[in-house]
Write a protein that binds this ligand. Structure first.
Ligand code: HOZ
Length: 439
């Protein structure tokens, strides 16, 4: 029986420290994804042993209120029984076939029902694959080479998208990535988010050359930055007018800010949509989809090649189906509950910061949010980058020690789950109030 850590005694990291030392011999930086190393916040990264509902337990038995939800997928909390049962049932029939199954169509039909912009889709195994494939398709369909992305947005780690990217790239202050040839990086234009004039200028400077723009409709990877009123609609109109395609990357926002994601919230009709995270219920799934005529340019019907041994994996489909099915069936309760919990938490912490005289800007879109340590406003990456990252790091450490696990970077979004309770929210606000007194 692991002891329950309630934030009232000092945490110890003896086992996590030993596990980190072992991992450092095996993995670069001791991790399989850079932000997990806590490089930007310091302190010992806890090694997780198990999760249940809104909580994580580490190898030393410390319990945390989880405010990052595996970076988004765990909207229903950890080890949600219907998801666990679905995975177990699928696993009993074998983990992989490399051949088609009915479960792929079952999940695809649900996705198509929630995202009117998606008539046909492909399953892949990560968000990175989804955006990379969507871009190849957009280039093929338009016969153009240039891609427009927005500063601080992160669309996975394919070569052409690691230009002024968010997430770990912003966290570690890497302007691009070594190993990406200039010739490839030059085909990507990175423009400020929430700035339609910049998009207009780019189209004017590259007539007939821009294949597509790709946008996080609500940025999550520079911290949470919602779109200014009319921004996405304006982007849609400008893109159409210039014969380019609009790719809306809903890897974070899909099924999160609404069942139909940001497309539903803002009544958007992009040419291509990418999904990930929640759609796989915690298992590795990515999706790219759009209008039938566009998607039919993919092999084997068309000349655009894209493939994957584990695409449509039956365990991943089962987890996705259980998660999306639950969200679809209970949308009337789920989204209002997430909104209420998230608003209470975000505002409670913001009020504590204000009482403590700490400059804090709270950005929130439903159940994703970021507390930026700056006076704000934060409407683009440049403004997010003005945050006091040292203070954020101190805040993060104090919260971890109080049993609350926030994403370990100022430039990431936090996530709420339906498993969080009012008591969890109260405990988190209280932890923040105490943290503000010492940072
Ligand atoms: N893409 C995730 C959110 N920024 C982070 C996952 C990771 O880099 O480990």
């Amino acid at each position: 029986m692991v002891p329950t850590y309630t934030g009232t005694m000092p945490v110890t990291f003896t086992r996590s420290t030993a596990l980190r030392q072992r991992a450092e011999k095996l993995f670069p930086g001791g991790v399989n994804s850079p932000v997990r190393a806590f490089g930007a916040v310091g302190g010992e990264p806890p090694f997780v042993e198990r999760g249940e509902g809104a909580y994580l337990w580490d190898a030393d038995g410390n319990r945390y209120i989880d405010c990052f939800g595996s970076w988004g997928p765990m909207i229903l909390g950890h080890a949600f029984p219907p998801v666990v049962e679905a995975i177990q049932k699928a696993a009993a029939n074998s983990a992989s076939f490399g051949a088609s199954t009915a479960s792929e169509a079952d999940l695809a039909e649900k996705i198509v029902a929630c995202y009117p912009a998606i008539e046909k889709l492909r399953f892949v195994s990560s968000g990175t694959e989804a955006t990379m494939s969507a871009i190849r398709l957009a280039r093929a369909a338009t016969g153009r080479k240039i891609i427009v992305k927005f500063e601080g947005c992160y669309h996975g780690h394919s070569d052409g998208l690691l230009v002024k990217a968010g997430s770990g790239v912003a966290t570690f202050g890497i302007p691009g990535s070594a190993g990406v040839p200039e010739e490839i990086a030059h085909l990507t234009l990175a423009l400020p988010y929430n700035d339609l004039a910049a998009v207009e200028t780019a189209f004017a400077a590259h007539p007939g050359e821009i294949a597509a723009n790709i946008v996080e409709p609500i940025v999550g990877n520079a911290g949470c930055i919602p779109p200014a009123p009319g921004y996405l609609e304006g982007l849609r109109a400008l893109t159409t007018r210039n014969g380019a395609l609009m790719i809306v990357d809903e890897v974070m926002t899909g099924f999160r800010v609404a069942l139909g994601g940001a497309c539903e919230l803002y009544r958007l009709e992009p040419d291509l949509v990418t999904l990930g995270k929640i759609v796989g219920g915690g298992l590795p799934v990515g999706v790219f989809g759009g209008k039938r005529a566009l998607m039919d340019q993919l092999a084997p019907l068309g000349p655009v090649y894209q493939a994957g041994t584990l695409s449509g994996n039956p365990l991943a489909m089962a987890a996705g189906l259980a998660t999306v099915g639950f969200l679809q069936e209970h949308r009337a309760e789920v989204y209002p509950k997430l909104e209420k919990l998230s608003a209470t938490l975000a505002n409670g912490v913001a009020n504590s910061a204000s009482s403590a005289g700490i400059p804090l800007t709270t950005n929130r879109a439903g159940s994703m949010w970021t507390w930026f340590f700056t006076l704000g406003p934060v409407t683009n990456y440049e403004q997010a980058a003005r945050s006091d990252t040292r203070r954020f790091a101190a805040f993060h450490r104090a919260m971890i020690e109080a049993g609350v696990w926030l994403p370990p970077s100022q430039f990431e979004a936090a996530f709420m789950s339906t498993a969080h309770t009012d008591a969890d929210i109260e405990q988190t606000i209280d932890a923040a109030r105490k943290a503000f007194a010492i940072i």
